[in-house]
Design a protein around this ligand. Structure first.
Ligand code: HEC
Length: 398
């Protein structure tokens, strides 16, 4: 029994705990943030008192009467709830997960030597620079004259993110690149809470307590950042799910697919915001559907243009050497790779029968997406992947 306890895979349990925490706090953060945007958009001018807007709602067996004071009430209430720990915990758990999975395991899941043979410290440095640099650029844009024009601001910040996605796709594998764009956006969102929204609210509270009239610019800046966060949520949520969908990050131009899906998410969010305000949002509904269809069509066209389905007949004799060089170190009954006591997930690639039985899965992870061989330490090339793809497309001839 003690042997069993010693062999506990703590990293895997920690991974589960962090992911669960990240999801839970993320739901709490985004949920409250969606709620407040919804509330703001539904406020009616207040009938009595000093409030600037109010709303009646019913939920869970009771009636709620919200009142908003823009920028602040005439006197400070005794008790005030601050919404910030949801955001901080989401970032802390997400960042810990990034370190645990992508930085400690950089060799397997972040670095792709066929793109750039990075050392682990170099890969981590690039990843952290992306997170820090993303915040500095975003915050700089917010403090520039550009901020006065919200639409133009949105276009420029979107372009910066697409540029970053392109650049990261040149240095990391596509899954790692996607994740870093998600982490960049998440860092900007929590930076908004930590560096602007909460500090500004503190200044307003301090002014009120001192009997001064708070500067309305403080509330306005907080609101701007909060609206930005609102539009960034759907893209970042997609990135959290993207790992399950190799057809997205596995595309030839993964950054372009990400840009199209990100734009779809922003447009969908806009539909909701318009509808909260009583507008129909039809134009943006049409735009959202069009963007989604363009994404699907683009991925399909890209695939049909790829040489994988070319005519050259390919048999097991052509691909067996590829399995031997790049795969069977791990995917064999007795792996020679010291890191593996048995074939990962029971996937064997050491004979014709074994390999052809898992052909669709091989296509997913080694042809469409480049996540196998794990870490690509053997430097598998695109041409070799295309050969595998042809063999599978031709029905895995013996
Ligand atoms: C260094 C070890 C290693 C090498 C080399 C390697 N794999 Fe894997 N493979 C793994 C691990 C680990 C997993 C399990 C990944 C997971 O749990 O998500 C895996 C999973 C798989 C799966 C199952 C994926 C799924 O979720 O259905 C397939 C298929 C696969 N590998 C194919 C290949 C092919 C093809 C090659 C060679 C081109 C290859 N692997 C090379 C370690 C390796």
């Amino acid at each position: 029994m003690s042997a069993a306890l010693f062999s506990i895979d703590w990293a895997e349990w920690l991974n589960l705990a962090l992911r669960w925490l990240h999801l839970t706090t993320g739901i709490a953060w985004i949920g409250s943030s969606f709620y407040f945007v919804w509330l703001d958009n539904h406020l009616k001018p207040a009938v009595h008192g000093a409030a600037s807007g109010e709303l009646w709602s019913v939920h869970g067996g009771g009636f709620y009467h919200n009142q908003k004071y823009q920028v602040a009430p005439p006197t400070m209430p005794d008790q005030l709830h601050w919404f910030k720990w949801e955001a901080y915990w989401t970032w802390m758990s997400g960042f810990s997960l990034l370190v645990l999975v992508y930085y400690l395991g950089a060799r397997g899941v972040l670095i792709d030597p066929s793109r750039l043979a990075l050392t682990q410290p170099a890969a981590i440095a690039i990843g952290l620079a992306a997170l820090g640099g993303g915040w500095l650029i975003y915050d700089g844009l917010c403090r520039s004259p550009l901020a006065a024009n919200p639409r133009l601001f949105g276009v420029v910040w979107f372009a910066v993110l697409v540029g970053a996605a392109w650049a990261l796709c040149q240095v990391f594998n596509a899954r790692g690149a996607y994740l870093h764009i998600g982490a960049m956006i998440g860092t900007v969102m929590v930076g908004n809470v930590f560096f602007v929204i909460i500090p500004n609210q503190r200044k307003v509270v301090a002014a009120l307590k001192a009997g001064h009239v708070p500067d309305p610019a403080l509330g306005k800046a907080g609101k701007t950042r909060s609206v930005h966060n609102n539009y960034m949520t759907l893209p970042v949520l997609f990135i959290m799910l993207s790992h399950h969908y190799p057809m997205t990050y596995g595309a030839t131009r993964p950054w372009l697919v990400l840009a199209l899906i990100g734009a779809t998410g922003v447009s969908v969010r806009h539909v909701f915001n318009l509808r909260h305000k009583g507008r129909s949002g039809v134009a943006f509904m049409v735009l959202s559907v069009a963007l989604a269809l363009v994404t699907v069509a683009y991925v399909a066209l890209e695939k049909s243009a790829a040489p994988a389905a070319g005519p050259a007949p390919t048999t097991y004799a052509d691909v067996q050497p590829l399995f031997a060089r790049h795969c069977t170190g791990c995917h064999a009954a007795h792996p020679t790779n010291p890191g593996f006591g048995e074939a990962p997930l029971g996937v064997l690639l050491d004979s014709y029968a074994h390999a052809s039985a898992v052909a669709p899965r091989i296509k997913q992870v080694a042809v469409d997406a480049e996540i196998m061989p794990l870490g690509n330490t053997t430097g598998m090339t695109r041409a070799e992947r295309n050969t595998l793809g042809r063999w599978i497309a031709q029905g895995t001839p013996p």
